[in-house]
Each structure stands twice: as structure tokens, then as C-alpha cells.
Design a protein around this ligand. Structure first.
Ligand SMILES: [Zn+2]
Length: 213
């Protein structure tokens, strides 16, 4: 059936511990000469938004059935937002202030996202909740990504937003560990690889690494 997503295929990495960081990580293998684009099409974007918990599955079905011609433009706009966020994170990671032009681009998208929502009466826990309007609009996944980015930048502690320490990895994650000592985007991937590398090179840091496991 057209408009249906392939539920079996999940090409995304989910190590970010926050949907906005999972979004940043959809440009896979950034430091390499040939990064892998995980959001090439609108369909990929919709699938990402569902799996990241940003939109409901039934909304996704309606969006795909719309078959919007603007889909590829919308996916492109999300990729641009993603790169603005990446530049802000990279700046913070090297101790620089975020560029105002990156923040301005995100502000505009976040404002549009808020403007696309309505309050409707709700039973609980609040008196009202937010709903997308008008529904369905092909831009919903774009708006949902913008709001996730806003939550990351405004609500999360900056020191918890970290870049993977593996030299060949540019993935970001929110460190939600108790001791705030998470070093890798994934222990099974980068963590193990880096441990082996350090072991080969004499591994002075191994004691610390082993303690973390
Ligand atoms: Zn990594």
C-alpha cells in the first residue's frame, strides 16, 4: 500500500538520548569524506519523527498519504536546521559561543512551529494540550524537529550535551548517567573500538575505562 512505512527498516542511530541529538546524528560518519545521509527523503524524515517519538504513528500515515509535492523541500529544510544545530553544538564543544545566524535560523523555525499549534481542551493532566493545526500539514515533521531542538537548547544543561570522545566519531549525546562520565555515543561501537585502540597503544587510560564498565 502506498504511503505505508516499512516498519522493519530502522536505519537510524538512537544513541543521542534526546530526539534533537538523534536528529544531529542522522548525518552519519560526519568526519569521513563520505558522510551517510539518513534523511534523504520526506519518507525518511517522517519515519525518523515517528521512531523518535516526535509525531504519532497515525499522523505519519496521514502525512505519507498526502503525498505532498513539497516533501523533498521539507526534508531539505530539516537537514538545514540539523546543520545549524550541529554548528551550535560544535561551537559549544570547542568553547566558542554559538553564532547568532545559527540561532536566528532556528528561532524562525521554532516560531513557525509554535504558530502551527492550537490549544485544545484536555481531560488531564493540564486543562489544555497542544495540537497541530491545520491537520494534516506536510510541515508537521519539520515543526516537530524544530520544537525538539528548542527543548534541547533551552531545557537541557549544556554540560550534559557531549560529543563522543572517539577520535573518528562526531556523534552527540545527552549524558544522563548518574556520574556524568559517559564517554561514548555507544559502548558497543565506539567504546569497544577505542578501548582496543588504547590497549594496542599501551593503554594508560585502561584502568579508568574498565572502571566505567
Ligand atoms: Zn561515537
Amino acid at each position: 500500500m502506498q504511503g505505508r512505512m516499512n516498519d522493519d527498516v530502522d536505519q537510524f542511530e538512537w544513541n543521542g538520548s534526546h530526539p534533537a541529538l538523534d536528529l544531529v546524528n542522522t548525518l552519519d560518519e560526519r568526519p569521513s569524506d563520505t558522510p551517510i545521509e539518513r534523511l534523504p527523503t520526506y519518507r525518511d524524515l517522517v519515519q525518523f519523527a515517528v521512531l523518535a517519538g516526535l509525531i504519532e504513528r497515525r499522523t505519519a500515515g496521514r502525512l505519507l498519504r498526502l503525498g505532498a509535492r513539497s516533501g523533498s523541500q521539507i526534508a531539505k529544510r530539516v537537514r538545514k536546521l540539523r546543520e545549524h544545530l550541529h554548528d551550535i553544538l560544535a561551537a559549544a564543544n570547542s568553547g566558542r559561543r554559538a553564532r547568532q545566524s545559527d540561532l536566528d535560523a532556528l528561532s524562525a523555525a521554532i516560531q513557525a512551529a509554535h504558530a502551527a499549534q492550537l490549544l485544545v481542551a484536555s481531560a488531564s493532566p493540564g486543562l489544555a494540550s497542544r495540537r497541530w493545526s491545520p491537520s494534516p500539514s506536510a510541515e508537521i515533521p519539520l515543526h516537530a524537529c524544530a520544537l525538539a531542538i528548542e527543548r534541547l537548547l533551552v531545557e537541557e544543561e549544556r554540560n550534559r550535551i557531549r560529543k563522543c570522545e572517539a577520535s573518528d566519531c562526531d556523534a552527540y549525546y545527552l549524558d544522563t548517567s548518574k556520574g556524568r562520565r559517559r564517554q561514548w555515543c555507544s559502548m558497543t561501537g565506539c567504546g569497544n573500538r577505542e578501548k582496543q585502540r588504547r590497549r594496542r597503544s599501551g593503554g594508560r587510560s585502561l584502568t579508568r575505562l574498565n572502571r566505567l564498565e
